[in-house]
Design a protein around this ligand. Structure first.
Ligand code: SF4
Length: 445
């Protein structure tokens, strides 16, 4: 390989979403092939790659602060190469190189194959940026190197990019257009993981429901690829994230209901309960459509848990719009939610066409109302689990105490229980005895 190195070490630091966690494993594999071994100790590394997120301003601020903190390390070891990769690299490009911070190379999410070459040139102070977005790159042929893995569950990226153009979102600008990965390579990766002892895979993409692969003879859509992975082995649990309400089909729900090992949890971002706001967000569904989808999920898979994303204080949001979000939450009784206040992102449709006119203190007040309502709903959802028996896939020792093990039920809820002589990767039946706001506690039966 042209840009091969000997005995060099790479340290990868990952920020942001599941896609970035999976991308860092692709990067580790590409750099391994170029001769770099992954180290968990930054001070012994020759190359540091920071895999960044751009979804909100504070995500980027974290990286600017991190780069400032790396100045000392670079001073101690001037030969150390530091690279910024991922969504912030794609969004800011040369700005990162022109900053007076220790940045030697910049690579966007579709240019990781060129990292060995970029590093080679950066070491010689030459061309050190590649932020070209691709229409077909899926890294399908690259076997990820699992980082920080518990050896039980792993992410499999089945598609990249997003075509939805939600007006507040930077993703389409930093990750490009949607492209789905060859189904054979997805099934092969899942089979390899199962043979290595993994017992759970999560199929990920910005919007997995619009997975679409066509090769002239056949068409493979999301329900089909999900089923093919589930049919690998009944002991392999299958999860997926993230779904988009406009693409959530009855066919998908029937496929989930037909396979015990497809986990009964759907993450279905709603963002707002007001159809007027959903229109301004370009979410392409209405409040009624979303509620109809939830009702259909609960009809076809009654035991399915549902989590969501909510944005408070989007452009022009009135108190009445906010009340609609609260009333939808009351009706939906989400099991869990990620909740944020609107943060205008440069270059997005909203930033170009809409005024960020909801005062900060109103955004905060509404966000706090949404959070306290969701805390009540989450606690209610967990209380309802007391007395039930769930099959748990053991993921490892519980963070709360070494005498306890932890795992998740099919509904993606964390369950802890006394360890006994149970090993991670095993399935156990646990009777739920009590609950806290975050966890279910039980005993193996
Ligand atoms: S679906 Fe919308 S919010 Fe999600 S990544 Fe795509 S553009 Fe962003």
């Amino acid at each position: 390989m042209k840009f091969q190195v000997k005995e060099k070490k790479i340290y990868i630091e990952t920020y942001g979403c599941q896609m970035n966690i999976a991308d860092s494993e692709i990067v580790a594999s590409i750099m391994n092939a170029a001769g770099y071994s992954v180290t968990g100790n930054i001070s012994e590394s020759d190359l540091v790659l920071i895999n960044t997120c751009s979804i909100r301003e504070n995500a980027e601020q974290k990286i600017w602060n991190r780069l400032k903190s790396l100045k000392a390390l670079k001073k101690r070891n001037p030969d150390l190469m530091i690279g910024v990769i991922g969504c912030m690299a794609e969004r800011l490009k040369e700005t990162l190189l022109e900053s007076n911070l220790p940045v030697d190379l910049v690579a966007g999410p579709d240019s990781y194959r060129t990292l060995p070459e970029l590093t080679f040139h950066a070491e010689r102070g030459q061309n050190r940026i590649n932020t070209i977005l691709s229409e077909d790159e899926t890294y399908a042929d690259i076997e990820p190197v699992r980082l920080d893995s518990n050896g039980v569950s792993a992410f499999i990226t089945i598609m990249r990019g997003c075509n939805n153009m939600c007006s507040y979102c930077v993703v389409p600008f930093v990750r490009g257009i949607e492209r789905s990965r060859d189904p054979e390579s997805i099934v092969k990766e899942a089979e390899q993981l199962f043979s290595k002892g993994y017992r759970e895979v999560t199929l990920i993409g910005q919007n997995v429901n619009s997975y679409y692969w066509e090769d002239g003879n056949s068409v493979v859509k999301f329900p089909q690829i999900l089923e093919r992975v589930a049919l690998i082995n009944p002991l392999l649990r299958v999860r997926f994230s993230t779904s988009h309400p406009k693409d959530l089909s009855d066919e998908l729900l029937n496929t989930m209901a037909a396979h015990k090992n497809i986990c009964k949890h759907i993450h279905l971002p709603v963002q707002s309960g007001s159809t007027r706001i959903l229109k301004l967000m370009n979410r392409q569904y209405t409040r009624d459509w979303y509620m109809e989808r939830l009702a259909t999920i609960r009809r076809i898979i009654p035991e399915c848990s549902i989590s969501t994303d909510i944005i408070a204080g989007f452009c022009t949001e009135t108190e009445e719009d906010h009340r609609e979000t609260l009333s939808l939450m009351e009706w939906a009784e989400f099991d869990f939610a990620y909740m944020f206040k609107y943060n205008e992102r440069p270059g997005t449709r909203a930033a170009r066409n809409l005024k960020d006119d909801v005062p900060e203190e109103i955004k905060l007040k509404r966000l706090n109302e949404i959070i306290s309502l969701q805390n009540r709903l989450s606690a209610k959802s967990k209380k309802a689990d007391i007395g039930k028996i769930y099959e748990i896939l053991v993921e490892g020792t519980s963070k709360r105490s070494p005498e306890y093990l932890s795992g998740r039920n099919s509904q993606n809820k964390v369950v802890v229980f006394p360890s006994g002589n149970i090993q991670k990767g095993e399935y156990v039946n646990v009777l739920i005895e009590k609950s806290t706001s975050a966890t279910l506690i039980g005993k193996v039966i």
